[in-house]
Design a protein around this ligand. Structure first.
Ligand code: PSU
Ligand code: MN
Length: 298
């Protein structure tokens, strides 16, 4: 497998300057065009404005890429034949010289290969509702248990079973910390009814935790709640999610199609409000991740 760093990312890493990885499944499969491209570009801008270098990750022509140019971002945002790639798909995508968007799991792998320790996204995958029978558990959780990259997210959506997701992470030895709150957030809302293992109040504290965790070779989940002014009404979100889950069940959606299907249906059910909230929480995560990356190099 070929790892390709953009010039900018390569230079930042060789000079030991802060770099923040960004994922691409959110671009190709998590948001519609043109919002997806706008969000991808804005995230890079935010990371730069905080003094770090953005490294959006994807697979292009079979190469594992960390750092993309605007043309590549546009390709990921508009082309219809972009595969969704998680850990199990990377080797095949490489052999077949595919173009693909990377999930949290696959982005962590590329980030780690490149020497990047901090990664910002919107939401991570988790244990799906009904996983007791479907066994649908995102490979993101397994990756967090084996790859030392800190993932800044806004918690997980309640399309998942949040309680079981946290149990799974505990079993796998992944620290789950919340930023400036005790509660583990539920993506569109700041509340989930579940607690994180610990609260962090500054990027410095997060950087210190990352340095300590490095010795264990395990990832960290840093949950940064959606900014108050953009958080949604929990009841509205729950209704949309219930409708989406019911539809996925009757349509018999399976495997890696489940998460994109649910995300798209929830977006439609909330008439686009959720898309705005989604964009804002990703910006907030990119900013926090950049601040953490900067502290980690000081
Ligand atoms: N959850 C979101 N938005 C997303 C995803 C999850 O709120 O875009 C994407 C991420 O790329 C995540 C992936 O890594 O879905 C998880 O997919 P799966 O459940 O198939 O592992
Ligand atoms: Mn799945």
């Amino acid at each position: 497998m070929r790892l390709v760093l953009s010039k900018e990312v390569e230079r930042a890493i060789s000079e030991n300057r802060p770099v923040v990885a960004l994922e691409s499944t959110i671009i190709s499969h998590g948001m519609p065009y043109p919002k997806n491209l706008e969000v991808a570009l804005r995230c890079e801008e935010i990371v730069r404005s905080e003094g770090a270098t953005p490294a959006t990750c994807a697979v292009i022509g079979g190469a594992l890429c960390a750092g993309l140019d605007d043309e590549q971002l546009e390709h990921l945002a508009t082309a219809r034949d972009i595969e969704k790639l998680s850990r199990r798909d990377l080797a095949l995508a490489s052999c077949r010289e595919l173009d693909g968007a990377t999930t949290v799991a696959a982005t962590m792998i590329i980030a780690h290969m490149a020497g990047i320790e901090v990664f910002a996204t919107g939401g991570v995958g988790g244990v799906h509702r009904g996983a007791q029978t479907t066994m649908d558990i995102s490979a993101d959780l397994e990756e967090l248990s084996r790859t030392p990259v800190a993932v800044v997210c806004a918690g997980v959506k309640s399309i998942l079973d949040i309680g079981l997701t946290l149990e799974y992470l505990e079993t796998k030895g992944v620290p789950v910390v919340a930023y400036r709150t005790e509660e583990f957030p539920a993506f569109y809302t700041r509340q989930s009814g579940y607690y994180a293992d610990a609260r962090l109040d500054s990027p410095e504290e997060a950087a210190e935790l990352i340095a300590a965790q490095r010795k264990l070779g395990t990832g960290i989940l840093i949950a940064n709640p959606i900014p108050e002014e953009y958080s949604m009404d929990g009841a509205v979100v729950e209704r949309a999610i219930a409708a989406a889950l019911e539809e996925a069940r009757t349509a018999g959606v399976r495997g890696k199609a489940v998460t994109p299907f649910l995300l798209e249906r929830v977006r439609q059910e909330t008439s686009g409000d959720s898309l705005e909230a989604n964009a804002e929480l990703v910006y907030s995560n990119a900013r926090l991740a950049a601040r953490i990356a900067v502290c980690a190099k000081n």
